[in-house]
Design a protein around this ligand. Structure first.
Ligand code: AMP
Length: 225
């Protein structure tokens, strides 16, 4: 399976990528995660990227494309991959298409996780991530799965309780900017991939297992190769 998960911040791309990764034994390639790793390591790339990320803006294309090019060359991506948070604009989509054509492994589908703006805002502002194991929850019980305050799930990172934190860019003042950037730069990809015959639309305002099943159907129905 070689797919892109497309959708606004908070539409569930990360959660669905995790489920797909387990089911198909292929890697989730998230440019957001790769960038956050660079920030955590304090590399020069990470330091520059952090300024943009904290402001809810996109990191420059050359940086992101360089990271993706390296990541796609890793052996684990040979069996397939789930691209999460990439591409984010038309230039990145065109570069990706060229990269994959060169490797002889074109995309099979682009799945749009469709969600109302109000729901997105609530999901993002309530999102909490365990800094030890990366598990995601939400303070709004509607979205939680595992409400942070009552979670007794064993954390692989700490060996005990999770350590929930809020991503700096999930603060309310930055969320508005991220959704604006999505509208202006990423949304045009819907038309782009629709024209390319790759787009599948999934209603993401449903329980995560239902959304997962819908993604599987959408990809299987429209699989190009
Ligand atoms: P995400 O975790 O996908 O929401 O990404 C968090 C932040 O990382 C974004 O708000 C951007 O600042 C940056 N970022 C992630 N992916 C990309 C990308 N493909 N192009 C540019 N910036 C990105």
């Amino acid at each position: 399976m070689r797919i892109v998960l497309l959708g606004a911040p908070g539409s569930g791309k990360g959660t669905q990528s995790q489920l797909l990764m387990k089911a198909y034994a292929i890697p989730q390639i998230s440019t957001g995660d790769l960038l956050r790793e660079a920030v955590a390591k304090g590399t020069a790339l990470g330091l520059t990227a952090k300024t943009f990320m904290d402001a809810g803006k996109l990191v420059d294309d050359a940086t992101v494309l360089g990271m993706i090019r390296e990541r796609l060359k890793q052996p684990d991506a040979a069996q397939g991959f789930i691209l999460d948070g990439f591409p984010r604009n038309i230039a990145q989509a065109e570069a990706l298409s060229q990269m994959l054509a060169g490797m002889g492994t074109p995309l099979q589908a682009v799945v749009l996780l469709n969600l109302d703006l109000g729901v997105l805002f609530k999901r993002l502002s309530g999102r909490r991530i365990c800094e030890a194991c990366g598990m995601v929850t939400n303070v709004h019980p509607d979205f939680a799965g595992v409400p942070s305050s009552t979670s007794n799930v064993h954390c692989e990172g700490t060996g005990g309780a999770h350590r929930w934190i809020q991503r700096p860019d999930d603060k309310e003042d930055v969320i508005g900017k991220r959704l604006e950037v999505y509208d202006a730069q990423t949304k045009p990809l819907i038309q782009y991939y629709s024209t390319a015959g790759l787009l599948r639309v999934v209603d993401a305002d449903r329980p995560k297992q239902t959304v997962f099943n819908a993604i599987e159907h959408a990809v299987a129905d429209g699989a190009a190769t």
